[in-house]
Design a protein around this ligand. Structure first.
Ligand SMILES: *Cc1c(COP(=O)(O)O)cnc(C)c1O
Length: 409
């Protein structure tokens, strides 16, 4: 045992040195214990410990704790993707025979889950126009188990009045789930408006660098889970942690929706700059939208940060005078949309949001292509629209790129 590696490994001074400051990646699938009785205690829940990474893992716990803190939560469950977080949360609360009341202005994957997939499992969704919050109350009946909204609809860019919907959810004794992916905790904490759960696709702004798919569900502690018939039993055992315990058991252990530790590690690294990035994302978007709003080649620029947006005031109040980083450009026709995409040098033509890079897409021919004409109308999508997710590039370069690309039309 004289080789250099053994000396390093066995040197107690090195082993007891400082603590790592950057997030630690633990990829171990399983966790061992000295004695039979210790592992028995861990399995019995008498002693906290990790067992197997499909049930929990130190890197995942670090991410869950940080996001929970950012959202004023009592705890969080990470998931393999934003869609895994949403389906995991919904299936924990709603079983066959139950109903969901959801905003009709939703991310395409969520809309499809609710409208096409969950009905096959006996769960029905009533979609309502979130522009009139009372619509949520009217769609509620004795089978309703949850309300679901997004903070800013994508790509319709309509702003949900969280105060009013939150009040309705409290009055109706139902948990409100808020997908805050496009706003992040920097713009809004849905907990303050009475949301029971906050979900994020961490793939987007929380990670921010376009290099790891992931999702998370935060329990804000606002809802008494005893009121949900499927959680009543676990409420006796786990109290306010009944949702988290049930989601962890059913969705993690049984459905296996866990996030990969490496993705959690990348997400933790990205999360460190969330505040600085979101400020720049939002200010870049406001400047780009303002510089383009009177461009004669465009029929319209749509962005909640512009004072001609119908909910500009509400957005400012609710999102602390920031308006997110998604805007839409409306041109004459599809041909011009494609020409603009081809003329741009900085913007990347792809299906994603929340990257350091500026992204552009023609939703009607891509992410919304399977939607019916009616659904496209509901989502505010037509063939003359382009969606831009503004990145962190130098704003002068970005404005120049868009202006030059528009001039060539
Ligand atoms: C992308 C997105 C999702 C889905 O997240 P994935 O990580 O792609 O599964 C859900 N909600 C919103 C608002 C999104 O933008």
């Amino acid at each position: 045992m004289t080789d250099i590696n053994s000396k390093l490994v066995n040197n107690p001074q090195i082993q007891s040195g400082g603590q790592p400051v950057s997030p630690t990646l633990v990829t171990s699938t399983a966790f061992e214990y000295e004695s039979g009785s210790e592992l028995e205690e861990v399995f019995a829940g008498k002693k906290f410990g990790h067992v197997y990474s499909r049930l929990g893992n130190p890197t995942l716990v670090t991410l869950e704790k940080k996001i929970s803190e950012l959202e004023n939560g009592i705890g969080a469950v990470s998931a393999a993707s934003g869609m895994a977080a949403i389906s995991g949360a919904v299936l924990t609360l709603a079983h066959a025979g139950d109903e969901i009341v959801a905003s009709s202005s939703l991310f395409g994957g969520t809309y499809e889950l609710f409208s096409e997939v969950l009905p096959d499992y006996g769960i029905k969704t009533r979609f309502v126009d979130p522009g009139k919050p009372e619509n949520f109350r009217e769609a509620i009946n004795s089978r309703t188990r949850l309300l679901f909204v997004e903070t800013i609809g994508n790509p319709r860019l309509d702003v949900v009045d969280l105060d009013t919907v939150g009040t309705i959810s409290r009055e109706e004794n139902l948990p409100l789930i808020v997908d805050s992916t496009v706003t992040t905790p920097l713009l809004v904490r849905p907990e303050e408006y009475g949301a029971a759960l906050v979900v994020h696709s961490t793939t987007k702004y929380i990670n921010g660098h376009g290099n790891a798919v992931g999702g998370v569900v935060v329990d804000t502690g606002n809802y008494d889970w005893e009121k949900n018939p499927h959680l009543a039993q676990n409420s006796k055992e786990f109290g306010q942690f009944a949702f988290i315990a049930t989601m962890r058991k059913r969705m993690y252990r049984n459905f296996g929706i866990c996030m990969a530790p490496f993705n959690a590690y990348l997400t933790l690294t990205g999360l460190e700059s969330l505040g600085a990035r979101m400020k720049l994302h939002c200010s870049n978007t406001l400047q780009l939208a303002s510089s383009l709003r009177n461009n004669s080649k465009l029929k319209k620029v749509r962005y909640p940060g512009l004072d001609n947006h119908e909910q500009h005031q509400l957005a400012g109040r609710q999102f602390r005078n920031r308006y997110g980083a998604i805007m839409t450009l409306h041109l004459k026709n599809k041909k011009q949309c494609f020409e603009l995409i081809d003329n741009l040098n900085i913007a990347h033509n792809l299906a994603n949001i929340g990257d350091t890079r500026t992204l552009i897409i023609h939703p009607e021919s891509t992410i919304c292509r399977e939607a019916s004409a009616d659904e496209k109308k509901q989502m505010g999508v037509d063939e003359t629209m382009l969606r831009i997710c503004v990145g962190l590039e130098d704003i002068k370069d970005l404005i120049a790129d868009f202006q030059e690309a528009l001039e060539k039309l």
